[in-house]
Design a protein around this ligand. Structure first.
Ligand code: 5AD
Ligand code: FES
Length: 346
């Protein structure tokens, strides 16, 4: 089968065999990339028009009990300047965000036991009581099914938990032995079962990744059918074991965004900050390749630079208001419009 035929098949049936996906990733030519891009953009246009949803990212804590080899806030990084936001600080971020038009708040953080179920449920309840029309998305790692259930009951709507890689051996190369792909997958299925709009995802170009493991990621997404998918390039962080590894490529990340869009026409697919970090027009290119979400930062300015998962992260010096203005212009310049609706999965 030729690459062109595989692209057509994806566009028509949203499915492909593992071998076809590997073949496409390995052999796609510049001309075929453009074909893929145009098909993915048109699929996104069909689902969302020229609307781009925004999510306000609030980085709760950079304290983490995990030690993922790629991540700048891993527990072994003694150089990280650690912080936690208080309940009041979090609510104040929501207040700023709400007045800027955000109707989704994403509470993201390391796996930090300080934010136990009682505290997190209280925070979620308070946000939902103050802003009943807003969605609350959590991105707090693997907390166990009972915790996921309580948080859902408190009012959380969505949960982001990237699977990082769907290949066992690759997962073991990126994570210390106490973490397992099995737990990660079980968490994702539990979240879906509990009724969360669930987000999976992975880094592109992480050490040890191959076209075969990427095809595995795509097959896993088909199996899980998440409502959201976060992908962005791997970017080395200078104080991690992967400091000297090369960053993931722009082109491959864009190709994967397009493939995911064709395989999941309705999926909520962010054009990530990491993509904007490896290339000045990365986020615009992400949208033009089928993404439909951007996630500006609402974290307090004084902690922005400490939530450093990778080097050279953009927007750490900007106020939320500046970012939203900047992004609105960037989207306008490519024919898209940022909207303030919640942007649930339909
Ligand atoms: N480069 C790019 N993305 C990273 N993440 C963590 N570390 C890095 C890095 N060095 C991503 C992971 C995680 C998400 C919050 O950030 O995929 O799930
Ligand atoms: Fe933050 Fe442009 S999006 S400055």
């Amino acid at each position: 089968m030729k690459v062109k035929e595989i692209i057509n098949k994806l566009a028509e049936t949203t499915c492909a065999e593992r071998e076809e996906l590997i073949f496409l990733l390995k052999n796609i030519t510049p001309g075929e990339r453009e074909l893929l891009r145009a098909a993915a953009q048109s699929a996104a246009r069909q689902s969302f028009g020229n609307k781009i949803y925004i999510r306000g990212l609030i980085e709760l804590t950079n304290i983490c009990k995990n030690d993922c080899y790629y991540c700048g806030i891993r527990r072994s990084n003694a150089k990280a300047v650690r912080y936690r936001l208080s309940r009041e600080q979090i609510l104040s971020c929501c207040k700023t965000g709400y007045s800027l038009g955000f109707r989704t708040f994403v509470l993201q953080g390391g796996e930090d036991g300080f934010y136990n179920d009682d505290l997190m449920c209280e925070i979620v309840r308070e946000i939902k009581a103050t802003y009943p029309e807003c969605a609350v998305t959590l991105s707090l790692g693997e907390r166990g099914e009972e915790s996921f259930r309580r948080l859902k009951e408190a009012g959380a709507d969505r949960y982001l938990l990237r699977h990082e890689t769907a290949d066992e051996a690759h997962y073991a190369l990126l994570h210390p032995p106490e973490m397992s792909l099995k737990n990660r997958k079980e968490s994702l299925f539990a979240l879906k079962k509990l009724g969360y709009q669930t987000g999976a995802g992975f880094m592109v170009g992480s050490p040890g990744q191959t076209f075969e493991t990427l095809a595995e990621d795509l097959m896993f997404l088909k199996e899980l059918e998440p409502q959201m998918c976060g992908i962005g390039p791997f970017i080395p962080h200078c104080d991690t074991p992967f400091a000297d590894k090369p960053a993931g490529g722009l082109e491959l990340t864009l190709t994967l965004l397009s493939v995911i869009r064709l395989m999941h026409p309705k999926i909520l697919l962010p054009s990530t900050t990491a993509l904007g970090t490896i290339s000045p027009r990365g986020r615009e290119e992400g949208i033009l390749h089928g993404a439909n979400v951007v996630m500006p930062n609402l974290s307090p300015a004084e902690h922005r630079k400490d939530y450093s998962l990778y080097d050279n992260k953009i927007c750490t010096g900007d106020e939320a208001a500046e970012c939203i203005r900047c992004l609105s212009n960037r989207m306008k310049n490519i024919g898209y419009e940022i909207v303030t609706e919640r942007g649930d999965y339909k």
